[in-house]
Design a protein around this ligand. Structure first.
Ligand SMILES: [Zn+2]
Length: 290
C-alpha cells in the first residue's frame, strides 16, 4: 500500500478501509485525506504570511479550520476512519491492563457529528452495542421571543436596537452552550463499559455532555468509561488538556490552530486580509482543481 500522501485527491476520496491492509494511518496521511475533501485548511504563516486568514462565526480570527462533516458523509471514509479509531483502542489496550476491548458493551458519540463514526466503531467490537445520543438545546423560547418582539417593535434607528440584538444573541449563545446530549429509550444495563468516540475535539465540552447524558441515564448505578477516547482530530483550544476524568483523548491527528480577538490578531497586523471562511474554501477548491 503506497503512502496516502502521494495519491491524487480523486483516489483518496475512493479509498476503503481494506485498502489500508490493516496498517495505521499517519498524521500526514490524515492531512492528505482531509485535504482531498477540502476538510482542512491551515494558514501558510511561515511561507506566505500575507495570504488571507479567516473570521469564525463567534467573531474571532483564526489561522485554521477543520470540518469533518464532508469526509464522514462518505461511508467508505467513515468506515476507514472508524477502523483506525478501533486500532487506537487495541493499541492502547496493549499498554494498559485496565483496557480490555472485549469488555466494551456500548460505543457512544455525540449527536450529530459523531453518530455515524461511533456506529461504525461499534461494529468493529464484537458484542458491543450502539444507541444514538440526542442533542437537546436548553432553550427558553419565551425569553427569546420576548426579546425578538421588543427588538422588532423598535425602529432600527433607535438606540435600543443594538442592545436588544446583543441580548438576543446572548440568549441564543447561552442556549447553545447549555446543549445537552441525552440517552433515552434504552437501558444501559448493569455496570456498562462505555467507549466514547468523537470526530473532532476542540474543548472537552461535548465529551462532558455525552458523559453526563450517559450518567443521567444510569440513574446513579455504576458506569465504567474506557480510559481511552479515540478521536479523528484533536485541535485543542488554548490551555485545554487531553484528559477528561480518567480517560485520555487519543487522536489520529493533532493540529495546532490558534484563534484571536479581532483587535489582537497577529495575522491582521502582518497585513493578511481577514475573509469569511467561504472565500477561503472557494480559493482552496480552485487551487485543488487547477
Ligand atoms: Zn485577523
Amino acid at each position: 500500500m503506497e503512502d496516502l500522501c502521494s495519491m491524487s485527491p480523486k483516489r483518496l476520496r475512493c479509498l476503503c478501509s481494506k485498502d489500508m491492509d490493516g496498517r495505521r494511518i499517519s498524521q500526514d496521511e490524515v492531512t492528505a485525506l482531509l485535504q482531498a475533501f477540502n476538510a482542512i485548511w491551515q494558514h501558510p504563516t511561515a511561507t506566505n504570511p500575507k495570504k488571507p486568514h479567516t473570521i469564525l462565526s463567534g467573531g474571532r480570527h483564526s489561522n485554521g479550520f477543520v470540518n469533518l462533516r464532508i469526509p464522514l458523509s462518505y461511508p467508505n471514509i467513515n468506515e476507514l476512519l472508524a477502523e483506525q479509531l478501533a486500532m487506537l483502542v487495541y493499541d492502547y489496550a496493549t499498554t494498559s491492563d485496565s483496557v480490555n476491548p472485549s469488555d466494551i458493551t456500548w460505543v457512544a458519540g455525540s449527536d450529530s457529528a459523531a453518530l455515524s463514526v461511533s456506529y461504525a466503531v461499534a461494529r468493529l467490537f464484537s458484542g458491543s452495542r450502539w444507541w444514538p445520543m440526542q442533542k437537546k438545546i436548553d432553550f427558553d423560547p419565551e425569553l427569546a421571543l420576548r426579546s425578538l418582539a421588543e427588538l422588532l417593535s423598535n425602529s432600527p434607528m433607535t438606540k435600543g436596537y443594538s442592545e436588544k440584538a446583543d441580548q438576543l444573541q446572548n440568549i441564543l449563545q447561552t442556549a447553545k452552550d447549555r446543549a445537552l446530549q441525552i440517552w433515552e429509550n434504552m437501558e444501559l444495563g448493569d455496570e456498562p463499559v462505555i467507549l466514547q468516540v468523537e470526530e473532532l475535539v476542540t474543548t472537552s465540552k461535548t465529551l462532558r455532555q455525552v458523559r453526563d447524558g450517559l450518567l443521567a441515564a444510569a440513574k446513579g448505578k455504576p458506569v465504567h468509561f474506557l480510559p481511552v477516547i479515540p478521536v479523528i482530530v484533536f485541535r485543542p483550544a488554548e490551555g485545554e488538556s487531553d484528559q477528561i476524568d480518567d480517560s485520555r483523548i487519543v487522536p489520529l491527528a493533532r493540529y495546532q490552530i490558534d484563534t484571536w480577538p479581532a483587535t489582537g490578531c497577529p495575522l491582521c497586523q502582518a497585513g493578511s486580509p481577514c475573509v469569511p471562511i467561504k472565500a477561503i474554501w472557494e480559493e482552496a477548491t480552485k487551487e485543488c482543481q487547477s
